[in-house]
Ligand binder design. Structure first.
Ligand SMILES: [Zn+2]
Length: 421
């Protein structure tokens, strides 16, 4: 029997992707149905449903589940769920769909048909309620709010069958692992405690330190990349993969890290999104999720520790997957190594601690078995480079300090920026 955490809801994984033998015929039939164009966020949610990452959902949410997810983070049946998973359509199109009609869902950008939805409910939503609940703001500048405000008028709900995962399995071969596959990888390695490390960036020293703290607490870390649509200026997935492979090969103990990707599009919902990230990591078989400072945040909509604190509001049994709450990480010149906002060493007259000792202490603080030792060193001793400044340094071929990022990683990124011409 598996030693891993149970899928969310306690039952079996519920991937909505049709068995391979039925997909070609299913797609042909779907192409004869009424077509509902769906947004990139809806495509990403459909792919998450297809792979079983949103177990136990069987489709897009109806009104009661939508409202429950917004208001008290529970589906109508009482199951914990922190963000609504919905699909919307234009009024006229919605009006043309009969109750119980099966329609095809097609990527609005490419026209590609991905699956079918049996529409058993149509409803309109209070957009302000959704935005206030999920994003804690109705500010139209917030990228997540923008998408909710711009979505068409009517939500369509009902069970889903996916017949295609689009280009993802092919484009991200060797990276696109479904929850049943990550579970198998963990079991084959004999892991029972696995931390997920969410990233949409290449990993610099700060990310490396977070992941190594996770390895100290668990049997291993799943470095889990966002493969859905990103913000302009983000590094493409294949470059991130190459940079992370170099980092893992050179700086991690062998066999302690697995790299994988999944097709979500970020909502930038900060604390609520951290909860969703933990929920679907449970489906992937991860017992822990690294939650750093301002997890899934954007701008200054959320406090740096809002995504830590929201986990304290959960009831026992809401989630098996637990947060590993870690403060900001950085190289501190004063204490001569990597530190966190709550674990910065003062070497005094003694020898500075080794990296392993720093990791072990940060892991104790993250799991509550040691008290924090907040940094006494000023901001001028901490190596920090903004994303904008870093891009500028690559453009000018300036030397990025190795206290910030490993040389092998920098080489991959420099080659990428050079290739942009
Ligand atoms: Zn320090």
């Amino acid at each position: 029997m598996s030693q891993l955490v149970n899928p969310h809801g306690g039952g079996a994984l519920n991937p909505l992707l049709a068995p391979e033998a039925e997909r070609a015929a299913g797609l042909e039939r779907a192409k004869t149905l009424k077509q509902i164009p769906i947004s990139s966020r809806e495509v990403s949610d459909l792919l998450m449903l297809a792979m079983g990452a949103y177990t136990p959902l069987d489709g897009f949410m109806g009104h009661d589940d939508w409202r429950g997810a917004c208001v008290d983070m529970k589906l109508a049946n009482g199951l914990f769920w922190p963000i609504p998973i919905t699909l919307s359509s234009e009024q006229a199109l919605a009006d043309s769909i009969a109750d119980g009609e099966e329609v095809a869902m097609a990527d609005a950008e490419s026209g590609e048909v991905l699956g079918t939805l049996t529409v058993n409910e149509k409803y309109t939503i209070d957009r302000d309620l959704e935005c206030t609940s999920v994003f804690r703001t109705t500010d139209p500048e917030h990228p997540g709010v923008q998408k909710v405000m711009a979505q068409p008028a009517v939500n369509l709900a009902g069970p889903v069958v996916a017949y295609s995962e689009s280009h993802y399995p092919e484009t991200y071969k060797g990276l696109y692992y479904r929850p049943d596959e990550t579970r198998k990888l963990f079991e084959d390695k004999g892991w029972s405690r696995v931390a997920a490390f969410q990233t949409r960036n290449p990993m610099h020293r700060s990310h490396e330190f977070l992941a190594k703290i996770a390895v100290d607490v668990c049997d291993g870390v799943l470095i889990h990349q966002v493969l859905g649509a990103l913000k302009p200026g983000d590094i493409p997935a294949d470059v991130r993969v190459e940079a992370i492979d170099k980092l893992v090969d050179n700086y991690f103990a062998p066999g302690t890290a697995i790299q994988a990707g999944y097709p979500i599009e970020m909502r930038y919902a900060g604390p609520r999104e951290a909860l969703l990230h933990a929920l679907f990591r449970q489906n992937f078989g991860c017992s822990h999720l690294v939650v750093g400072r301002d997890h899934a945040g954007v701008g200054d909509y959320y406090g740096p520790f809002d995504a830590h604190e929201i986990f304290d509001e959960l009831s026992a049994g809401d989630l098996e997957t637990q947060p590993l709450k870690i403060d900001i990480t950085f190289f501190c010149n004063q204490c001569g190594g990597m530190a966190t906002g709550t674990t910065c060493f003062d070497p005094g007259d003694g020898a500075p601690p080794s990296e392993a000792e720093r990791i072990a202490f940060a892991a104790q603080v993250a799991t509550g078995t040691a008290d924090a030792r907040p940094c006494k060193h000023g901001p001028e001793t901490k190596v920090a480079i903004s994303g904008t400044r870093l891009r500028e340094m690559f453009a000018n071929h300036e030397t990025v300090p190795e206290e910030f990022s490993r040389r092998e990683v920098l080489d991959v990124l420099q080659a990428y920026y050079d290739g942009l011409g």
